[in-house]
Design a protein around this ligand. Structure first.
Ligand SMILES: Cc1cc2nc3c(=O)[nH]c(=O)nc-3n(C[C@H](O)[C@H](O)[C@H](O)COP(=O)(O)O)c2cc1C
Length: 182
């Protein structure tokens, strides 16, 4: 059984990425995994200030904010799921600081390790062209490579703009199948 943490990057209640995350969670829980969804929008998470204190001490970030909740979830999870809307062809502002503040895991003396864990990306966008995800796809690929996270699956749902558009097509069943397949 995997412990799965989903970082939900949309501020919209029951929006498209939340529905995609819920479908993924259904498949995963049906297969016996435990899923926790964190609504990152409700947390206060500042950007990395490049003080390098984490780097010198091998500890988690020195900024005192809600990233502590995410660190403890990641430390105890096997799989991280990023469920995000595409904002300006990239990560929404809710999620980008989470990536930046993974830096402490890669200091030479890091006391916690996420290398070898698995990562999933569930992304939605209004644009009709799948190429709108090119930047996000590349960022996810390179970031997972740097973090030594194994990519366990990616869903890029294009043409999904208004709340509920995710129900058209087979995106939700694909997400559920991906969750079940872990
Ligand atoms: C600030 C902002 C930026 C956006 N940028 C893009 C974009 O670059 N490309 C795109 O296709 N859709 C863009 N969208 C549309 C959202 O990706 C789309 O509505 C998505 O379905 C929202 O997902 P949600 O319901 O999970 O919040 C943007 C929406 C907002 C609010």
């Amino acid at each position: 059984m995997y412990k799965i943490t989903t970082l939900l990057g949309s501020p919209r209640r029951n929006g498209n990425s939340e529905q995609l995350a819920a479908a993924f969670a259904k498949g995963a829980t049906d297969s016996g995994h435990a899923v926790r969804i964190i609504r990152v929008h409700t947390l206060r998470i500042g950007g990395c200030i490049d003080c390098r204190r984490c780097w010198m001490n091998g500890t988690h970030c020195f900024l005192h904010d809600d990233m502590a909740e995410i660190y403890s979830a990641l430390d105890t999870s096997d799989v991280f799921v990023f469920a995000v809307p595409l904002y300006f062809y990239s990560w929404p502002a809710q999620i980008k600081p989470v990536w930046d503040r993974l830096l402490p895991y890669f200091s030479p003396d890091a006391k916690a390790d996420i290398r070898g864990k698995r990562a999933v990306l569930l992304a939605v966008a209004g644009d009709e062209s799948p190429s709108c995800f090119d930047g996000l796809r590349k960022s996810f690929d390179l970031a997972c490579g740097f973090c030594k996270l194994d990519i366990a699956g990616e869903i890029y749902a294009n043409g999904v703009y208004a709340v509920g558009d995710i129900s058209s097509g087979d995106w939700l069943s694909k997400a559920e199948a991906l969750g079940r397949s872990l």
